[in-house]
Each structure stands twice: as C-alpha cells, then as structure tokens.
Design a protein around this ligand. Sequence first.
Ligand SMILES: [Zn+2]
Ligand SMILES: [Zn+2]
Length: 148
Amino acid sequence: MSIDYSDMAFPKKPWKQKESKKTPWKQKKKPVKKTAPAKKRKKRRYKKVPSIMQDKDDKRCYLCMLLEDNYRIHSYTEEHHVLFGDTKWISDAYGLRVNLCVEHHRAGRDAVHNNNKIAKLLMKIAQRKFTETYPELEWMKIVQENYL
Ligand SMILES: [Zn+2]
Ligand SMILES: [Zn+2]
C-alpha cells in the first residue's frame, strides 16, 4: 500500500535527500601523476667538449666531402649532433658533432635529418672515432647501440 504525500504540508522526502548528498566521488578522484622520465634525463647538464670529428670553425660540409668529394667552403654551415634526440647529450659530452651545409643538414634529399641511412652512416663514423679517441671508455655502455 502506498501513501500519497503530495498533499501533506511537510513531505518526508527532504531529509533523505540530505543524507544522499554526501557524494563520495569527489574524494575518490586520484591525482594524476605526471611521469616524464625522458624530460628529467634531458635536464642533466653535460659539459660540451670540442668536436672530435671536425673543427667547429671548418666551413666545409662534412657530407659534401664524404659523399661528393666536394671540399668547398660554405658561407654558412650548421652544427649537427651526430647522435641526436634522447642521445644528443652524448654528442655534446664526447664531441660527436659535424658541420653541414643546409642541404645536407635538413633541406635536401640526402639531408641527415631526412635520410636515415645518412644519419646512421655518420653514427658509424662517430662510433669509430669515439673508440679511437677514448680507448678507456665503452661505447656500448654509454650509447647502448652498435652502429658498426
Ligand atoms: Zn653538404
Ligand atoms: Zn642536426
């Protein structure tokens, strides 16, 4: 049997509603943890040492010389980190950098940033040079990738 409260001056509903207002969902929300280990690693500062591959003031393009036997001096070259991305710090810390013309750095078909083969070729040379220059260090321990 149901009772119709709608005509009563003080309907029973309000109290019950008050209790159910304690909604737990607000407290249950977990704070989102920001996990950014990659960024943290990048923040570590390494001293930039001079390049062991090419003098910084050499205005010839490393790839013009290597791929085309072209030793001309460019009015403008860009410094390329042979290991880049997450491992860019290694290029700074151990001097694995070369000077490139714009075509070979980022504009042309054979640009190191457009052509993975060329990028890997430079890494291979860098690994050899590294092993020669730092016989006391282990490339694999630092770079963790073999390009030879
Ligand atoms: Zn070039
Ligand atoms: Zn570059």
